[in-house]
Ligand binder design. Sequence first.
Ligand code: NDP
Length: 274
Amino acid sequence: MSARLGIIGHPVAHSLSPAIQGAALRAAAVDATYDRWDTPPDDLPARIAALREPDCLGANVTLPHKQAVLPLLDEVAPLAAEIGAVNTIVNDGGRLTGHNTDGGGFVAALEEAGFAPGGKSFLLVGAGGAARGIALALRQAGADALAISNRTPARAEALAGAVGAEAVPLDAPPAPYDCVVNCTSAGMHGSGAEDALPCDPATATPATLIVDIVYAPEETPFLRAAREVGLPVLGGLPMLIHQGALAFELWTGRPAPLDAMREAARTALVGGSP
Ligand code: NDP
């Protein structure tokens, strides 16, 4: 009997995870399916209970359930508990453990691009769930200084206080930082702020790495503006691939077939229908 995996969210129709994980399972010859498990909030407890069945390896979790699943699990890994959000659940003999691979995926993407975060300074623009996961993973990876700005300054201050960072105004210049990361949804297709820039890359120093965690479009206005002034850039797709790769390894205990996952993500993005 084939094993089961899936993504729990509401809605999940536009998630790229089925394409990425389906390709990974095929490339690694794992006999399992990965489905879209659209789950309205009232159905969440039953959906989580069903993950305990022996043929289920676990699940991914996306909006709006990333926080709500925590009390439904048997255990939550330390980083996920500190973030307060779970994006991956592993079923080990009926016992469910929650993990968060978003921040680890971000750090892996940086390292893959040749940028080791240890000792580096970062400006994170945005103070939502993704910024929180990234800030804590950067701390764990030995980042030196973290600054956080946000459209709603009170949220930047709250997050900065929680992760030992400095809150700075939204118009803070990117110049003193080794890396500037857009952790907002500005620039994303369908966000209503497709042309917005989180800060002006023209005022960054020449070696500053400019990162956008938005992956649709693959080149956001922020990345384009940075590339046009000659700065090194990194888009959000590698983070998406690596958070999926970490989840795959948690479920299967096998190394993730990164090339197959990358190709599937690109195809799904270009095709618009994962
Ligand atoms: P949240 O809803 O938790 O946070 C959204 C953040 O974006 C807040 O800081 C919010 O500011 C800010 N924001 C929203 N709209 C605007 C705007 N028009 N101008 C300026 N700031 C704005 O979302 P997440 O943190 O979960 O996700 C943020 C982005 O990261 C999304 O685009 C998501 O797709 C992407 N992402 C990418 C991942 C990857 O693997 N590449 C993984 C996870 C997320 P305010 O507090 O003022 O509302």
